[in-house]
Design a protein around this ligand. Structure first.
Ligand code: A4P
Ligand code: MG
Length: 180
């Protein structure tokens, strides 16, 4: 983590300069690629996310998580804070180009994947289009997304619920009331 990056920690993630956008990105991998383990692939993804026009401001620890869905192999998950002039749809293009570079196969939903990059949060608030929904709709329901994100952006507020990432993580960890 470089020195400048720590400036973002613990701050309100609102847009400060009109030409710089801040994004939280979720990273997941559960396949081998050319002998690389999922954890190594996430490491390499951090490098790809720090290549112009993207700047990696924060990187979370990499966690191992049980697969949600049909895959048998456990996932490596992490999160990153990215600063870039790219607006949301151009940012999604960039993330998908990185996924393609890691030979992601798209034909099976929730199947095994080499690298999955999700746009979780944007400093500008919400986006809702055919191609892109921000905040990511499943953000608040997934421990493997919230836990790494909490390590680097605990105070970032979800623009729809108004709750911080720390509060969302805490809420998810609570036992749920029984509906019987
Ligand atoms: N799209 C819309 N909004 C967004 C956004 N905020 N970020 C569109 C990224 N993409 C967004 O995505 C399908 C389309 O969603 C994109 O073309 C984009 O236009 P995709 O990544 O190709 O499809 P997917 O990831 O296979 O489907 P989905 O439903 O997004 O899966 P998830 O939700 O990403 O879940 N278990 C563990 N432990 N850890 C994991 O990381 N990940 C998944 C995948 C399942 N189980 C897991 C994990
Ligand atoms: Mg996805």
């Amino acid at each position: 983590m470089n020195k400048a990056s720590t400036r973002w920690a613990g701050r309100a993630y609102r847009q400060r300069e009109t030409d710089q956008q801040i994004y939280a990105v979720g990273i997941g991998s559960n396949r081998l690629l050319a002998g690389l383990r999922p954890r190594d692939i996430v490491q390499q993804a951090f490098r790809a996310l720090d290549t112009r026009p993207l700047r990696l401001a924060e990187r979370s620890p990499i966690i191992s998580s049980r697969p949600l869905g049909p895959s048998a192999r456990s996932y490596a998950n992490a999160a990153a804070i990215i600063v870039t002039p790219l607006r949301p749809h151009a940012m999604l293009d960039q993330l998908q180009a990185i996924e393609r570079a890691f030979h992601r196969r798209r034909h099976r939903r929730w199947g095994a994947r080499t690298l999955d990059l999700d746009l979780l949060l944007w400093s500008g608030g919400t986006v809702r289009s055919k191609r892109l929904t921000v905040p990511h709709p499943a953000l608040a329901d997934r421990g493997f997304v919230l836990e790494p994100l909490r390590a680097i952006a605990p105070q970032w507020r979800h623009p729809i619920t108004g709750l911080t990432i720390r509060q969302l993580t805490f809420r998810l960890a609570q036992p749920r009331p029984s509906h019987r």
